[in-house]
Write a protein that binds this ligand. Structure first.
Ligand SMILES: C[S@@+](CC[C@H](N)C(=O)[O-])C[C@H]1O[C@@H](n2cnc3c(N)ncnc32)[C@H](O)[C@@H]1O
Length: 251
């Protein structure tokens, strides 16, 4: 199970300003979207609250949005309705995707926003990537964004408290991440995330969730992509940056 059911309710407080509107989120991928026709068939397989999926539908693409979390899928369907976008939503974890879609269905699959580390260990990660690869047509592309886990692990276990209030939907919140870094890369790690909303009367409303994580090194990801028939076409990986994007095409 992915977790994220409690966080779905407060997910706005966790995402950057640039991801808040569907159009902006989709336009952050302008360069890769140039690689597919405007009526392409695309899948966002960890759709979260749906901004990317709805943004892609707004560009005229045929969009399917899936996520392991029922609450996230519900929020994506609501956002889609709000924008009158045509997005098909399905609750499915990565390994279940081939039960829902034929091989070769999509021109592009997105797995973005630091999602893949939730796959259980190296085996779970390869199985998840294998599903994504199967659903791509030959020449289709997987677009994956990731934290630079090398940096996260180097910092060790810690508590990160936001140094500013995050303002969303007329409410301010303090966001806290507790990173529980395990001794070895392959061990299960934990990340506890709390969103504490503070109102003008001083009341605090907190939501939190403990998430499991299996970080990976960039070289491991490259090997895994290759193993499932995907060839890295573009990568922004750089040990000095917090996040990177990889675009890999189906051989
Ligand atoms: C950090 S959020 C990113 C959401 C969205 N892509 C974004 O950029 O805002 C990670 C997402 O991955 C989903 N997820 C976690 N494990 C999953 C799995 N095994 N299969 C599919 N989705 C999963 C979570 O439910 C959550 O919505």
């Amino acid at each position: 199970m992915s977790g994220y059911n409690a966080l779905a309710e407060v997910y706005e407080w966790l995402i950057s300003d640039a991801k808040l509107t569907p159009a902006e989120f989709a336009s952050s991928f302008d360069d890769v979207l140039d690689l597919v026709p405007s009526d392409a068939h695309v899948l966002d397989c960890s759709c979260g609250t749906g901004q990317l999926a709805v943004g892609l539908a707004g560009l005229g693409m045929h969009v399917v949005a899936t996520d392991a979390s029922e609450a996230m899928v519900r929020r994506t369907a609501e956002l889609s309705e709000q924008f009158r976008a045509s997005v098909r939503t399905v609750r499915a974890d990565w390994q279940e995707l081939p039960d829902h879609f034929d091989d070769g269905t999509f021109d592009m699959v997105f797995c973005v926003g630091n999602s893949l580390h939730h796959a259980e260990g190296a085996r779970g990660r390869v199985a998840a990537l294998e599903s994504m690869s199967r659903l791509l047509r030959r020449g289709g592309r997987l677009v994956l964004t990731s934290r630079t886990w090398e940096l996260v692990r180097a910092r060790g276990s810690r508590l990160d408290i936001s140094d500013r209030l995050v303002h969303r939907n007329g409410r301010d919140a303090v966001v806290v991440y507790r990173w529980d870094i395990a001794p070895n890369w392959e061990d299960e790690h934990h990340i506890e995330i709390a969103v504490a909303q503070v109102d003008t009367a001083g009341s605090v409303l907190a939501r939190s969730e403990l998430l499991s994580s299996w970080p990976y090194r960039y070289e491991e990801l490259e090997v895994d992509l290759h193993r499932v028939g995907l060839q890295t076409e573009m990568s922004t990986f750089n040990l000095g940056a917090e996040n990177y994007m990889v675009v890999a095409s189906k051989v």
